[in-house]
Design a protein around this ligand. Sequence first.
Ligand SMILES: *Cc1c(COP(=O)(O)O)cnc(C)c1O
Length: 225
Amino acid sequence: MSALSENIEKFEKELEGTDCKLVAVSKTKPISLLQEAYDCGIRVFGENKVQELTEKHEALPKDIEWHMIGHLQRNKVKYIAPFVSLIHSVDSLRLLAEINKRGAQHERVIPCLLQIHLGKEETKFGLDESELVELLQHDDFSKMEHIRIRGLMGMASNTDDEQTIREEFKSLKQLFEKVKSTYSLPQLELKEISMGMSGDYKIAIEEGSTLVRVGSAIFGARNYS
Ligand SMILES: *Cc1c(COP(=O)(O)O)cnc(C)c1O
């Protein structure tokens, strides 16, 4: 058995009996390796760059669900709008308005997650709680018919301190429950909490993750050249 198929099998076993699904993060990896993962049964792939996502979508079987997990620029939404299954990284009303517009053009409703800023690091993308509330209460939001907010996404701080990571995941779960019990709009269909990566997915599952985004633990370390 190849290392890849062993890794995939390991994750399948770990996720068995949980409410959590695997997003196989294949960024920087060649199409041949994605095909190999597909042959092992993987149907949900995550990418963080629009061009790479589009090229891989064109080259690979059409029953794959493609998730956009990286920062998304408004001028690139049009390239993924026809096919993307879930955008994890929506962090502004302006971006959401563009996704809504492109969804309308393609006569579809595009599933999205709102990315929440966890922890104290300044550099990370994402909404804080007050920005989230502002977005959800905005008139423009209540008029969008071609997006569906399926949940929240967050990335824990880049630290070895397990307790910090756990607290951050707990806060995302709490925010999710709060939004779910406070807001009732046709745009909101809150089911997913996207949290956990190769280094912290176990903690994320314990704290209620429904989507773990795992790259290197499946495909091996990335080479950025
Ligand atoms: C790259 C990436 C991941 C996966 O990272 P690994 O540590 O390789 O598992 C998850 N989420 C996002 C947003 C990423 O950009």
